[in-house]
Design a protein around this ligand. Structure first.
Ligand code: C2O
Length: 505
């Protein structure tokens, strides 16, 4: 195992991804933040120096490594109030993460309040030297990462407050591709350019870093062969495009086998309230696929075009070890989750089974480790914590909300099998496996095995919804975590975070 070190200075700086200058919260001063690249057996050490000073945005911080399982390292997962206390301004913390052979396309983001909306987000790629799909592509490097994001001109704390008073979700000013975008009425910022050489086959890693926006991704004149979904290899599936929700990732193989010119990379952003889409111009979220030898500049072809053959999630099948845990036999534990939005006295909240999630002051993991919390009554109700028994097969029945919005639910610590998706038949034989599933109007059923002791968040990845309480925590095998063979070493540096944070004025 190689040790791979990164230094993250978390700073306030002014940036203008779409030509509009604003103060932001950034990793090493850039948006998206520094790309992390490693191999699947490496151990990551990410030293995070909190240098935040701007009082109009959050000044403490934490970072979540979205999709990494964190086996025996739940202390490094990031969510404030679940897995750690925040890193106070002026302080540092080093995240130590053995990758344990887990390859794939991941990302990282602040997991403190809505801080990632202000910029603290980036891509994390873990390569596999013996990737079973290796023969399908020639190029997979930093130039083949395509990040999609949403961007706001106003700082997150202020717009979050307006939302929580009972308004609808804050509307992003623009979408971004690889950190650049255009807003309606703004300057014609040069579009992101993705360079290819004719004849080569590229593994594009498409990542949705958004807090809210979803995208429909396609490339003019090229088909996309999906090989990886949220870090899990899938049987290759060729489509013309796909929808991608907040937090999701796809690796697609694109063969640059077309005549030398420029082609549109289209990723129009869509929002839940259709009226809000009127404020966006779909062509603002286009990039350029540039063949070596073509003139620089934009394609001369018509930009807008329909996408015929969109990916249907239920047609995806994992490449390795397909099959839901437990097969079609009943799960050991079935948990029904129903969520609702309500407003009362100008207070907006989202609840699951009637309970709005509130972040506790003692992080769930500290409660387990230091206080010996092991049963549900050891956790205060507002946290809404379910205790899962070690190695049980868990089935989550997530009842969609009738208003037709898509809620991208993300589970920490696991990938899960989607045995009943938004469409298609139920499937226990080779269902798609991923870590973010869009839940629409119908019931979605997912399965996983509780084989990873630790407290894990399950939440809607629309950050405004999470902030309004659309979350639960699974305290998975707490006894095992404290004293069993799968217990983890708790670092003094981690324990020190809480007294330092709690001493903040
Ligand atoms: Cu991508 Cu709980 O997060």
């Amino acid at each position: 195992a190689a040790h791979v070190n990164y230094n993250f200075n978390i700073v306030n700086a002014n940036i203008a991804p779409d030509g509009f200058t604003r103060a932001a919260v950034l990793v090493n001063g850039i948006f998206p933040g520094t790309l992390i690249e490693a191999n699947k057996d490496d151990i990551l050490h990410i030293t995070t120096n909190n240098q935040l000073v701007n009082p109009t945005m959050r000044r403490s911080t934490t970072i979540h490594w979205h999709g990494l399982f964190q086996f025996r390292t739940a202390s490094e997962d990031g969510p404030a109030g679940v897995n750690q206390c925040p890193i106070a301004p002026g302080h540092s913390y080093t995240y130590d993460i053995p990758l344990n052979g887990q390859p794939g396309t991941f990302w990282y983001h602040s997991h403190l309040s809505s801080q990632y909306v202000d910029g603290l987000r980036g891509v994390l790629v873990v390569r596999d030297p013996v990737d079973p799909h290796l023969s399908l592509y020639d190029v997979d490097d930093a130039s083949t990462v395509i990040s999609l994001g949403d961007w706001y001109h106003k700082a997150a704390p202020g717009i979050q407050e307006v939302y929580l008073r009972g308004n609808h979700e804050p509307v992003p000013d623009c979408g971004t591709i690889n950190g650049v975008g255009r807003y309606v009425g703004g300057p014609a910022v040069p579009r992101a350019r993705i360079n290819v050489v004719q004849g080569q086959r590229y593994r594009f890693r498409v990542v949705n870093l958004s807090a809210y926006g979803q995208f429909t991704f396609s490339i003019e004149g090229h088909s996309l062969t999906v090989i990886e979904v949220d870090g899990i290899n899938h049987v290759p599936k060729t489509v013309d495009g796909f929808e991608i929700y907040a937090g999701q990732r796809y690796s697609v193989v694109v063969h640059a086998n077309q005549p030398i010119r420029n082609y549109w990379v289209r990723a129009p952003m869509e929002l839940q309230h259709h009226s809000d889409n009127d404020n966006l111009d779909e062509e603002n979220n286009y990039a350029v696929l540039h063949y070596a030898g073509a003139p620089s500049g934009e394609p001369t072809t018509r930009a807008r075009d329909g996408v015929d053959n969109l990916l249907r999630e239920h047609e995806l099948a994992p490449l390795e070890n397909p099959g839901a845990p437990g097969g079609s036999a009943p799960a050991d534990r079935v948990i029904d989750l129903s969520f609702t939005r309500s407003t009362n006295n100008n207070q907006l909240k989202w609840t699951i089974n009637g309970i709005q999630y509130h972040s506790p002051t003692v992080p769930t993991l500290l409660n387990i480790i230091a206080n010996g919390a092991t049963v549900e009554s050891d956790f205060t109700t507002p946290e809404h914590t379910f205790v899962l028994n070690h190695n049980e097969i868990i089935e989550l029945v997530i009842h969609g909300s009738a208003n037709g919005h898509v809620h991208p639910f993300h589970l920490h610590g696991h990938a899960f099998d989607i045995v009943q998706g938004n469409s298609g038949p139920s499937n226990y034989v080779n269902p798609p496996r991923r870590d973010v599933v869009g839940v629409k109007g119908s019931t979605v059923i997912i399965r996983f095995k509780a084989d990873n002791p630790g407290p894990w968040f399950l939440h809607c990845h629309i950050d405004w919804h999470l902030e309004a309480g659309l979350a639960v925590v699974f305290a998975e095998a707490p006894n095992e975590q404290r004293t069993g063979p799968q217990s983890q070493i708790i670092k003094q540096e981690w324990l020190d975070l809480c007294p330092i944070y709690n001493a903040l004025p």
